[in-house]
Design a binder for this molecule. Sequence first.
Ligand code: AMP
Ligand code: MG
Length: 330
Amino acid sequence: MVSVLSPSKKNISLCADLIRSGKLVVFPTETVYGLGANAFLPDSVEKIFVAKRRPKKNPTIVHVSSWKMLSLVIGRSVSKKEKRFLSRFWPGPLTVLFLRSPRIPDIVTAGLPTVAVRWPSNRIARQLISMANVPVAAPSANPSSKPSPTLSRHVKKMKGVSAILDGGPSVFGIESTVLDLENQVVLRPGPVGISELKPWLPDVRFHASLVSDARPKKVASPGMRYKHYSPACKITVVTGFGKKLASFFNGLPRSVPVICSSNVAKNVSGRVVFSFSSASDLGKRLFAFFHALDDAKIKRAVVQGVPERGIGFSVMNRLKKAASKRLTVS
Ligand code: AMP
Ligand code: MG
């Protein structure tokens, strides 16, 4: 099994050398753990797709740590206007689409003319990318369709990885917001919400597939085609309030764990209960709950839904994709 390294300067520098030389390194970001490779080396990026069993049509995000690196990825200099907008959100959990430089291999973008770029805020991620001195292609470090890793131990079983840098629990716990800047469309909801983007992009909106259950004819972001975030444990999302919700949970077989708000949890007993204090707290810990359920070989669990506002919208996006059933208790 690959060793988990503490994020000392020496270890980060060792991992940076591994990335430069074409190896795969798992590293922490503020969203989830990433599986990184030198974005300029197609054979290295290929290893990511093999390790994750990721469909080749699903492009990866390229991580940078300077404006200079961004200009290498997009093959031109970054305008003052772009810098003003990006500086508001970068370093941070926003991924933005740009037309790509010919230096970025086809495998990174799945042949698309655009490349998705992020400048993460996590200190370890930033140091790693700076020391590697190359842009780092990195999807989440989980097998395709499984829940993303938010702790280093969630990735210990990944094959083909040369090192894992441990940065503790992820701060946000859900993947970055993906923005098509040119068309002002959010392709994947994440920690950066529409209301934060609005002052800069007055027409910004969610992609149609995110706000309706109907299947859109045209998929804007290839990742939307695929099933995501699903633990082996069957998840039911339950929406409702207070004592009614608690008595619904109490009526379930005792073997069914409940993930619910701390308010509701006070009235739930006789079973394993994981509680969360807010929608963002659920977002931060949701994937860790899923990993814990699978590690304990739990077959079925219920999760209380949160209001689909602000970060709650992004958390519910992940939860609905993971769930096999949805119920409302009223
Ligand atoms: P992951 O790397 O697993 O966090 O997923 C990256 C997400 O960004 C996926 O949903 C991809 O489909 C999406 N993505 C990456 N590059 C592009 C692109 N050029 N155009 C549209 N979506 C992209
Ligand atoms: Mg992913």
